[in-house]
Write a protein that binds this ligand. Sequence first.
Ligand code: SF4
Ligand code: SF4
Length: 176
Amino acid sequence: MATDIKSISLSGRKKEVSVKEMTFMEKIYLPEIAKGMGITLRHFFKKKVTINYPEEKREFSPVYRGRHILMRDENGAERCVACGLCAVACPAEAITMVAAERKPGEEGLYREEKYASVYEINMLRCIFCGLCEEACPKDAIYLTEDLIKPDFTREGFIYGKDKLVMPLEDKIEKIK
Ligand code: SF4
Ligand code: SF4
């Protein structure tokens, strides 16, 4: 006897779909349109979940971690001594640096004999975990509340000392 191929169902969950005739109410679509409009109206008066960014900004959580800052000391000298502990602690391997020795006369620029001549953070790799901040023995790196600005290139997300080191005028304002 030949097997009916259409009736075979490997999962056992096959369902026969019947093409039933539409009723008059289904054919005119009006009740369904009214139902749809009802749902739209209901959402129209609900509190909006979207905001008009950038004019409006959401309040961040007090523990929010954003862009890093490389701190200066009370005299305006860079605190970082290029020890590399932040880079070792970074789970995303986002930090790279080049150490250099301070020259005579540069005491006002760098706090200790060693400093980072290059210090870069790849913001595309960073997961803003804050481990670099915790690992730093010199209180030289902190995560601020600032957002990372959008950019069109990958290079634009590699932040060097020009973007990371605390501006000298900020330091001076805080001392005042
Ligand atoms: S916040 Fe975390 S991921 Fe980002 S640079 Fe610091 S240690 Fe690395
Ligand atoms: S930021 Fe801190 S941990 Fe990182 S290299 Fe500088 S001193 Fe060391």
